[in-house]
Design a protein around this ligand. Structure first.
Ligand code: CDP
Length: 573
């Protein structure tokens, strides 16, 4: 690999967390060593299926895929493959049973997962409501929110010793009697900080919102209605809290279960921490992302997507991710069994916004939305075909014959596609993250441990150089605002294309999310950014639109509504 392709920012991140070190913290691996460690480990799996396989040649193929920055597996694979820990997945969901044993088993299991760099999602919906009876002690139950605080404290204490900070998703069903407490539980920004929270919304609830009627609260133990609330009032309360500080998000539970391919194994109650991966209890999933910037080819007038190269990359990536399932050292036997039964993988994309910029297509245009559908349909179809070919060689996933896919082509993996946030992968890949628009054309990024990194979007940088406008004055102006919308030195035609999150209307964010969701088996990680002055009604409209457009959930963020933001505009001088 040409080492110069890896940016300084990427090296900082890799050295901090990914490269092997001795006990004194001295880095023992080069970036090339890291990719070789990963490709050797993942390629070795091929020998389990075909002893005549040339694993060295296979390792070279995987090595090139990663070092060309065409495809990267999720962070735990880069960190842990070929090392003692060997835990390779980013996403887990654990059940939380309604008993002391169950709750604290789950706390322990989450700690083990966090230690290995994975994130955990939980539904707290099975826990009895606060104030209800505890038979064995004669006392009263403290309810889901108080137990979430226990999980939060455990996460805080683990801090992922050496890998990364623990991330959790907490879900509560909209019809749980403690739902109002839950919606309110992160109103104070300093509480439950290691959790993202999402309300699990049902179709019945959305219908009640539309009809402006009441809906029932259900006792999780007896399944009996124990009260009712005005759907509209609760919906408005969710909107109000999200408007205040971005939490809670919402997920559409019935949609997640409509796409549950193995319903005989139970119900999907939660997603992973960032929302893109719905899973059954004890399931885990490994993700990987194709860098779309590397899928472009030059034309006489600019760039276009090279679908042949994309297809080849998808094929290799599916093979890679299927191998990860076998190479993985799971933190619990039960997780190993559940994961190997469905063999879910989550292939997605990153660098979407940059790829659009290079093609001269504004993110907030019909052309971009149409291309999103075309690209994702192609990736999903090609990915399923690749999984089917693997099934011929290696057999289907064990639950195939009882899955909803049983009447179609044999499949190696119960799901193939997921669109991850690619928070770190996009830094390594040097591209925009996931399918998000460029957040700002120059900004300071706060990464782990309070380190700050300055970034200028590379596509804009190249454009400014081409126009002879790459100078301090212009950069300062862009850095102070993030957007180039008001930068009159830059031609109008360029400004029309180089839009950032804040130039894009919330409705266009949702249209893009929905376009990708249409051809994604799992879900799409996407935040709808609002300007500070946005109203609650605008947030409400976006939630309703996400529902109408077939999204599986929504996360919104209004600028300035949390003291500590991951991304900041205007800090660069
Ligand atoms: O880019 P990278 O592979 O590091 O991760 P990502 O795409 O930003 O996040 C993918 C998933 O990794 C998240 O949805 C979480 O499940 C998990 N994650 C985590 O557990 N802890 C973090 N600090 C970041 C991500």
């Amino acid at each position: 690999m040409a080492i110069e392709e890896i940016s300084k920012n990427a090296l900082t991140v890799l050295e901090k967390r990914y490269l092997g070190k001795d006990e004194n913290g001295n880095v023992l691996e080069s970036v090339e060593d890291m990719f070789r460690r990963v490709s050797d480990t993942i390629a070795a799996v091929d020998a389990n299926y075909d002893t005549s396989t040339n694993t060295r040649a296979q390792s070279d193929e995987f090595y090139e895929l990663m070092t060309d920055l065409k495809f990267l597996p999720n962070s735990p694979t880069l960190m842990n493959a070929g090392r003692a820990l060997g835990q390779l997945s980013a996403c887990f969901v654990l059940p939380v049973e309604d008993s002391m044993e169950g709750i604290f088993d789950s706390v322990k299991n989450a700690a083990l997962i966090h230690k290995s760099g994975g994130g955990t999602g939980f539904s707290f919906s099975r826990l009895r409501q606060s104030g209800s009876a505890v038979r064995s002690t004669g006392g009263v139950a403290s309810g889901p929110v108080s137990f979430m605080k226990v999980f939060n404290a455990a996460t805080e204490a683990v801090k992922q010793g050496g890998t990364r900070r623990g991330a959790n998703m907490g879900v509560l069903r909209i019809d749980h009697p403690d739902i109002l407490d839950f919606i309110n539980c992160k109103a104070n920004n300093s509480e439950i900080t290691n959790f993202n929270i999402s309300v699990g919304i049902t179709e019945a609830f959305m219908e009640a919102v539309e009809k402006q009627s009441d809906y029932d609260l259900i006792d999780p133990k007896t399944k009996q209605a124990v009260g009712h609330l005005s759907a509209e009032k609760v919906f408005d309360m969710i909107v109000d809290h999200a408007w205040r500080n971005g939490e809670p998000g919402i997920i559409f539970l019935d949609r997640l279960n409509r796409d549950n391919v193995t319903p005989s194994q139970g119900e999907i109650e939660s997603t992973n921490p960032c929302g893109e991966q719905p899973l059954l209890p004890y399931e885990s999933c490994n993700l990987g992302s194709i860098n779309l910037v590397k899928m472009l080819r030059k034309t006489l007038t600019g760039y276009e997507l090279d679908f042949r190269l994309l297809g080849e990359t998808v094929e290799k990536a599916v093979h890679f991710l299927d191998n990860v399932i076998d190479a993985n050292n799971y933190p619990l036997e039960k997780i190993s069994e559940t994961t190997r039964a469905s063999r879910k993988i989550g292939l997605g994309v990153m660098g979407w916004a940059d790829a659009l910029l290079m093609q001269g297509i504004p993110y907030n245009s019909d052309e971009a939305v149409e291309l999103a559908e075309r690209v994702m349909r192609y990736i999903n179809n090609t990915g399923h075909a690749a999984s089917a070919r693997l099934a011929e060689k290696r057999g289907t996933f064990p639950l195939f014959s009882v899955s909803t896919l049983k009447d179609g082509p044999a499949m190696r993996n119960a799901t193939v596609s997921t669109i991850a946030p690619t928070g770190t992968l996009s830094i390594i890949g040097g591209c925009s993250s996931g399918v998000e628009p460029v957040f700002a054309y120059a900004f300071i990024r706060n990464i782990m441990d309070g380190t700050e990194m300055i970034e200028v979007n590379p596509v804009l940088m190249a454009k400014l150089k081409e126009l002879g406008l790459y100078n301090d004055d212009v950069l300062k102006k862009i850095a102070s605002e993030g957007t180039i919308a008001h930068c009159e030195e830059i031609p109008e035609e360029v400004r029309r294309v180089f839009v950032c999150s804040h130039d894009i209307k919330p409705i266009d964010h949702i249209k893009m999310q929905a376009a990708f969701q249409k051809y994604t088996d799992n879900a799409v990680s996407k935040t709808v950014n609002f300007p500070k002055e946005a109203t609650r009604n605008e947030v409400r409209d976006v939630y309703l639109l996400a529902y109408k457009e077939g999204c599986k959930g929504v996360t919104i963020y209004r600028d300035g509504s949390r003291e500590e933001q991951v991304l900041n505009i205007g800090k660069v001088n």
